[in-house]
Design a protein. Structure first.
Length: 402
């Protein structure tokens, strides 16, 4: 799918001030970055802007400081790590108001090819409301804007949408392009058979995704906590498993829709069940496996069972395109991670294009050591889900058309 937006390859940034919105929303533990995938993913665009002689001003949000400075959510550790990753100084402009005296002075003194990083954009209360004052502040720093933050593309905030509207050129970066290429091609132009796998906790979170993917894919696999509402809708006892009783009719509709469209809809045929949810989540559990029509009322399904794992793995084997969002069970617990591992393995072994839709599924795949076996792991959970729903992403829409 060709993205009809001006990209970093179409602009000349030499000697210009370029504000580049990245997604540096990385997990931090006691000031240390525990997963730097998002930083690494941002490097190609940053390196391109440096090589072309731009004055590179980076910005991002980190966590949810809710419109005020929170020292534990400062981007200072990111500036330090980017300095190492780029092999050149990334100067940190530590203004609590993001665009303050430090940022202005730093930009003023920049030479071509230098890089600075602004403070957490969500220190500003306007950011998540797309308020004009902050968008104007950001726009005043730059001649050109580049948006490479796919992870926030489903939001209309100052640092992606607001600022885009106030500059002459708002281009998309390489990461944004890559994300849209992979997800867009998979959904709109897939090499078939196209298998979509959905899991995770709640049906309600993924209503539109289920409906949209049913239209696009050849086989839809549903596992994880959300499968039990489907199993109940089919008349099965699901014991204490996760359920959304308000969505039983919706599940019935989806089952009927699959049938009408001639699509395969695969649900768990067995489950790994427990009696008490583990607390802490990785505490030992006593697991018993039951087939889907034989679940006792006092059990809770917390992972797909071995027959289901084999069924799902088999469906993936002949696929040419696979999109996966949401774990198959409570993967945070080693005993309940087996289904998720089996599916990750099946994806790792197929020669299909395999796309992981971010969030918990990306964490699971990386944690289980299959990260480098996937064709693409999205950096945006929420954004990739909205994309799979078929929605237009405001962060992409705001970029300048070609
Ligand atoms: P994100 O929204 O961050 O992209 P995701 O879409 O990958 O994440 P979620 O819908 O957030 O996934 O669900 C992930 C959670 O679902 C995990 O914490 C996992 O423990 C839980 N989960 C999966 N299967 C079950 C189950 N059978 N019972 C209870 N919880 C489950």
């Amino acid at each position: 799918m060709a993205l009809n937006k001006v990209s970093v390859d179409d602009i000349n940034v030499s000697g210009k001030r370029v504000l580049c919105r990245c997604d540096f929303n990385v997990p931090l533990k006691e000031g240390k970055i525990t997963d730097e995938n998002r930083l690494v993913a941002a490097l190609p665009t940053i390196k391109k802007l440096i090589a072309d002689g731009g004055k590179v001003i980076l910005c991002s949000h980190l966590g949810k400081p809710k419109g005020e400075p929170k020292p534990e959510l400062s981007l200072a550790p990111v500036a330090a790590r980017l300095t190492e990753l780029l092999g050149q100084e990334v100067k940190f402009a530590a203004d609590p108001e993001v665009v303050g005296p430090n940022a202005k002075a730093a930009v003023e003194g920049m030479k071509d090819g230098e890089v600075i990083l602004l403070e957490n954009t969500r220190y500003r209360v306007e950011e998540t409301k797309n308020g004009e004052a902050f968008s104007k502040d950001l726009a005043s720093l730059c001649d050109i804007f580049v948006n490479d933050a796919f992870g926030t593309a489903h939001r209309a905030h100052c640092s992606n949408v607001g600022v885009s509207e106030l500059v002459d050129t708002a281009a998309v970066g390489y990461l944004m392009q890559k994300e849209i290429d992979f997800l867009g091609n998979a959904v709109e132009n897939p090499v078939r058979p196209f298998v979509a796998i959905l899991g995770g906790a709640k049906v309600a979170d993924k209503l539109n995704v289920i409906s949209n993917l049913l239209e696009k894919c050849d086989t839809l696999i549903i596992g994880g906590g959300m499968a039990y509402t489907f199993l109940k809708a089919q008349g099965n006892e699901i014991g204490k498993s996760l359920v959304d009783d308000s969505k039983l009719d919706y599940c019935k509709e989806m089952i009927a829709k699959a049938e009408k469209l001639g699509k395969k809809l695969l649900l768990p045929v067995d489950s790994a069940t427990i009696t008490e949810f583990p607390n802490p989540i990785d505490a030992p559990v006593d697991v018993e496996v039951y087939e889907s029509d034989k679940m006792p009322a006092d059990r809770e399904g917390c992972d797909i069972g071995p027959k289901t794992a084999a069924l799902f793995a088999d469906a993936v084997k002949s696929a040419k395109t696979v999109v996966w969002n949401g774990p198959m069970g409570v993967f945070e617990n080693p005993t309940l991670a087996e289904g998720t591992i089996a599916v990750a393995k099946a994806l790792a072994e197929t020669d299909a294009t395999t796309i992981i839709g971010g969030g918990d599924s990306a964490a699971a795949v990386n944690q289980l050591g299959f990260g480098d076996k996937m064709s693409h792991i999205s950096t945006g959970g929420g954004a990739s889900l909205e994309f799979l729903e078929g929605k237009e992403l405001p962060g992409v829409a705001a970029a300048t058309n070609k």
